[in-house]
Design a protein around this ligand. Structure first.
Ligand SMILES: Cc1ncc(COP(=O)(O)O)c(C=O)c1O
Length: 370
């Protein structure tokens, strides 16, 4: 074989896959470990969703509904948007891919921040487009610089809002000003994977921004069932956008991109608002508790509008990550993201949170912090 890999593909560093928890336990000789590394919902899935998915299994000899009709009907009623403005994907990740596929070609540019969600840049590389990556300003997107950088070649701007990994949210005023400064041909993608966790007094309406406004750039909102709805393993998310943008995304997707179980599970999860509300409350309580306790251990906790937050552990984050792993607590070192002394943790159950704090105290001692 004479494998000829195009440069844009050979240059891609694959997304680092986490090892299965069972493998890590075997490797480290530990058991009963907990994972606070991927911003998942530790309380889910909802029992209502679980039962709907169990029933759906009996229909697996059939292809799924390629239009996600019933899920789209439920979501349309829930959010107050037209069904033609919703596109579903195999996770919101897939909507990111559709956007890049539909709108980016070789001579085009896409603006993202660093650090932010890694997948935006990877999809652009696959298309042979050019990534323009701007550092965060402090902990937030540098909207001023992004607006200046946007040019005739800019097709998409990705803003995770709140940002992963810093957890910061763009305010309504900042966003309005930013959108007004952009060329009309640009599409701003607000990746709202964590929007459900935003505190009530900071919440504002972004969905109305998806409607086409003459003279203003386009806006797409991305949302997911992976976080607050507790269905990360099911892979289902969606984008909200103008009908014209949605029509383009339908051209680049496979006919059955969302599986049958995912459609039924997501629809049932949406109906189980009690589970959703409980998740938000327990996450907020857990976050408050953890932030207060890590400060008592001499670390600095960074405020976050999500189900995770950054901690300055004041010692090498990767050594601390290794120590925590030995104790069976999986967290994320932020070294590769440009924060060598920071870790990111997701909020767990009460029991997981307490175990994390116990292990953190020990690990900090072993890493010479305390
Ligand atoms: C900012 C952000 N966007 C998108 C995703 C992907 O979500 P999904 O599971 O819907 O593909 C994640 C996952 O962690 C994320 O952090």
């Amino acid at each position: 074989m004479n494998l000829q890999v195009p440069n844009n593909i050979s240059e891609i560093t694959p997304y680092p896959p986490g090892k299965p928890i069972e493998e890590l336990e075997r490797e480290y000789g530990i058991s009963g470990s907990i994972k606070l590394a991927s911003n998942e919902n530790p309380f889910g899935p909802s029992p209502v969703a679980l039962s709907a998915m169990q029933s759906a299994l009996e229909k697996l000899h059939r292809y799924p509904d390629g239009s996600c009709y019933y899920l789209s009907e439920s979501l349309s009623a829930h959010l107050g948007v037209d069904q033609a403005q919703i596109v579903f994907g195999n996770g919101s990740n897939e909507i990111i891919e559709f956007l890049v596929k539909a709108f980016v070609t070789e001579n085009d540019e896409v603006i993202t921040s660093h650090p932010s969600f890694l997948m935006y840049q990877k999809f652009v590389q696959v298309r042979g487009g050019t990534n323009q990556v701007l550092p965060l300003k402090g902990m937030a997107h540098d909207l001023e610089k992004i607006a200046v950088l946007a040019s005739a070649r800019t097709k998409l701007i990705f803003l995770d809002n709140p940002n992963n990994p810093t957890g910061t949210l763009i305010s309504a005023d900042q966003l309005e000003l930013f959108l007004s400064r952009l060329p009309e041909h640009v599409i701003v993608v607000l990746d709202e994977a964590y929007i459900d966790f935003v505190e009530d007094d900071k919440k504002y309406d972004t969905i109305s921004l998806i409607n086409d406004v003459a003279g203003r750039c386009g806006v797409v909102c991305l949302r997911t069932f992976s976080k607050a709805y507790g269905l990360a393993g099911l892979r289902i998310g969606y984008g909200l956008m103008s009908k014209d943008i949605a029509a383009c995304l339908h051209k680049v997707r496979q006919p059955f991109n969302v599986n049958l179980v995912a459609q039924e599970g997501a629809r049932a999860a949406l109906a189980d608002q009690a589970f959703y509300v409980k998740t938000l409350k327990m996450t907020a309580d857990g976050k408050r508790y953890l932030m207060c306790e890590v400060e008592k251990l001499g670390c600095t906790a960074y405020p976050s509008q999500t189900n995770f937050f950054l901690i300055d552990v004041k010692t090498d984050a990767t050594s601390l990550y290794e120590e925590m792993l030995l104790k069976g607590v999986i967290i994320r070192s932020m070294k590769a993201y440009g924060f060598p002394q920071f870790i990111r943790i997701s909020i767990g159950t009460d029991q997981e949170n307490r175990r994390f704090l116990d292990c953190l105290q020990g690990a900090l001692q072993e890493c010479g912090n305390v």
